[in-house]
Design a protein around this ligand. Structure first.
Ligand code: DNO
Length: 358
């Protein structure tokens, strides 16, 4: 595996490449052209400039998170082919620039959903949190406003104000889309992009829906083992793979994370590893990465990744806000650096143990 950190670009991120370079064991970043809208074709010059900036800082651009999928593709509207053509051109240009991993999601309207961005924990750190009660009480059109005040001035991925201003229209678009239609639209999209992925060896890594169930009655399909295996089979190409995000699949306590990892051998192209602390099955907060701070056994998650021979980029995920840092919620420097060091430590121990055991 290659340890990385997500970085939004010098125009948007409070964390610098220099700081990332100083986290022991982090050799790459996962980035994106953060200013681009879903459906836009990415310019080669912009891709190359991003890559060069990262390389000049002594790091590697280990993959893209995300090239976002336009809603026309997700709902399967008549103009979807035009947007798929754009997506293919972007992939071609990424491939030509030597980029081989692209993370994306197929979530309708909202990307990841949290009801609080700064819940205080007993140690005084603040974290992202979710409570179903709050979602049930909320008008979906007010979702953005309900958390906007806690964004620390950042534009949160998937929660761009321009998209959120159209939220009513977006809900209307998805009115007739159920899980089956979403699966069919995803299949159509994947079948069209696989040839370019084969040509340039680009691993597509779908991000799970977070939380891993339907919110506001919208369809959600990338949520559990049966669905993800169905997706792997429906377009049975190794370039059709997944981002294994423990914090997203883990929102549903019925998901056995190490078992899911083992069942996805060869198809995990990217890993987000973080812990959650459950207060009840429908109230959780994003704890520190350490097993003892949350509900998951992080050693078992890392061991499963090791055992399937996972060799792609991995990153610590949302960190707590600690040590008076002000940054995009979940994406400060300090706690993610602690997360990276911890995950590297687990990996070293697992690897050495495995090498010593005959
Ligand atoms: C949130 C992220 C997601 C993820 C996208 C992938 O912090 O995990 O926004 O990047 O769903 O397309």
């Amino acid at each position: 595996m290659q340890m990385t950190l997500r970085w939004y670009g010098s125009k948007y991120d409070t964390v610098t490449l220099k700081q990332i370079r100083q986290i022991p064991g982090v050799t790459g970043v996962i980035s994106t052209l953060y200013g681009t809208a879903p459906g836009e074709v990415w310019e080669t010059a912009d891709i190359l400039a991003l890559k060069k900036e990262i390389q000049d800082a002594g790091l590697e651009l280990a993959g893209i998170e995300s090239v976002n999928v336009h809603d026309a593709i997700k709902v399967g509207s008549p103009d979807r082919d035009r947007y798929i053509d754009h997506y293919i051109t972007t992939l071609e240009r990424l491939g030509q620039a030597g980029i081989h991993m692209v993370c994306y999601n197929f979530m309708p309207v909202f990307d990841w959903t949290r009801t609080e961005l700064a819940r205080m924990r007993p140690d005084g750190s603040t974290v992202l949190a979710y409570t179903q009660k709050a979602v049930d009480a909320l008008d979906p059109e007010k979702m953005f406003d309900s958390i906007a005040g806690e964004m620390n001035g950042a534009v949160m991925p998937g929660w761009e104000p321009e998209r959120m201003a159209r939220v009513k229209e977006l809900f209307e678009m998805y009115r007739d889309v159920d899980d089956e239609k979403l699966f069919a639209n995803l299949k159509y999209f994947l079948e069209r992009i696989m040839p370019v992925c084969d040509k340039y060896d680009i691993n597509m890594a779908i991000h799970p829906d977070d939380p891993a169930w339907s919110v506001f009655g919208l369809p959600r399909i990338i949520i559990n083992k049966p669905n993800i295996l169905r997706m792997m089979k429906m377009v049975d190409n190794p370039h059709n793979g997944v981002t294994f995000c423990s914090g997203s699949y883990g929102t549903n306590l019925e998901n056995d994370l190490p078992d899911m990892i083992r069942s996805l051998k060869g198809r995990i192209h990217f890993a987000h590893v973080r812990n959650l602390k459950f207060n009840s099955p429908d109230d959780f907060e994003e704890a520190a990465h350490l097993s003892s701070d949350g509900t998951f056994d992080m050693y078992e998650i890392m061991r499963a990744l090791y055992e399937i021979g996972f060799s792609g980029p991995i990153r610590p995920d949302h960190g707590r806000m600690i040590w008076d840092e002000t940054a995009m919620p979940g994406y400060g420097l300090y706690d993610r650096a602690l997360g990276a060091a911890y995950l590297n430590g687990l990996w070293e121990a697992i690897e050495k143990q495995a090498q010593r055991t005959p």
